[in-house]
Design a protein around this ligand. Sequence first.
Ligand SMILES: *[C@@H]1O[C@H](CO)[C@@H](O)[C@H](O)[C@H]1NC(C)=O
Ligand SMILES: *[C@@H]1O[C@H](CO)[C@@H](O)[C@H](O)[C@H]1NC(C)=O
Ligand SMILES: *[C@@H]1O[C@H](CO)[C@@H](O)[C@H](O)[C@H]1NC(C)=O
Ligand SMILES: *[C@@H]1O[C@H](CO)[C@@H](O)[C@H](O)[C@H]1NC(C)=O
Length: 300
Amino acid sequence: MRSFCLLISLFSIFTISSHGLNILAILPLSMKSHYAIGNSIVKNLLNAGHNVTSITMFEPEQPINNYRVIHIPDTMNVSGWGDMNPLDYNDIPILLSVVMMPMMGADMINEIMKSEELNEFLERQDENFDVCILEIFTSEALLGIVEKYNCVLIQYTTFDAFIWIDKMTGNESPPSYVPHPFLEYTDNMSFVQRFYNKFFVLIDDFFYNFLHIPWQKFLYRKYFPNAKRTFDEMYRNSSIIFINNHVSHSFPRPHHQTQIEIGGIHVKPAKTFAKRFSRFSRFSNGWCNSIFNGFLYRWH
Ligand SMILES: *[C@@H]1O[C@H](CO)[C@@H](O)[C@H](O)[C@H]1NC(C)=O
Ligand SMILES: *[C@@H]1O[C@H](CO)[C@@H](O)[C@H](O)[C@H]1NC(C)=O
Ligand SMILES: *[C@@H]1O[C@H](CO)[C@@H](O)[C@H](O)[C@H]1NC(C)=O
Ligand SMILES: *[C@@H]1O[C@H](CO)[C@@H](O)[C@H](O)[C@H]1NC(C)=O
């Protein structure tokens, strides 16, 4: 009986054939903080045995099997945005940022679509993808790439759900207790904070509806004139939206069932201290070893 079971098991092992998926990941942003999330999704898919083609400006640290990169230019360096130190973004008046975003987005799409490597790739007729992944960050016009492959669409964001995602899925972020991610409020807002939050959401909504989306629609038609499906059809085609949030470090808020929290996906397992640190640690009388949770505390 045992040998019969063994035979059956061996037979099953040799007859099971696993079929990986062919996945296209569009990681348009050339900021490391955005790439960290997209790249972590890609790495997980590669580890699960799928083939991944990424459209990105970043090279993998080392060559990876079943991974291919279609290069696009550094989009941070267009219309002078790139010369700005990322730390200076905090100095931009917050109301100006809702106008700047659509402009940055349009510049980014124009720059990406200039890439010869990408255009050659898009002209090839022998490419097929089962799943396409696209970051939502002023990048809606790139849904035209997804349209070409007739694949299941998965999108992700480096934020929590907010207006860009709500509009796609019909989700709600009530401004009475869901702070806009650009404002540093909690769910416990004073009357004045709530008032400003609502006001800011209205302004954001206005520029999103009357500047950002019409502009992205225009770019979709410009770069993908042969698309069979319209922008609006593609805009609502996401099957899943990964959001960079986790219930353990945010406030209670509504999420549509297609929104899946993946906050922390980019966190790697902790490593032990490097040698020079352990020497420093001895020198420092061992206090370094008592650091909790990977943080360096500073005290006066
Ligand atoms: C994945 O890539 C390998 C090697 O390039 C290829 O043999 C295989 O057919 C690909 N799988 C799919 C699902 O396209
Ligand atoms: C941005 O592009 C200009 C030329 O277009 C180049 O001179 C400059 O070095 C670039 N800056 C960065 C940060 O890449
Ligand atoms: C909300 O904030 C107010 C004022 O800061 C405070 O008195 C109150 O306890 C807070 N409520 C909760 C539930 O944290
Ligand atoms: C996306 O579009 C395709 C083709 O129009 C359709 O078959 C599919 O059901 C749509 N998916 C979603 C989630 O709307």
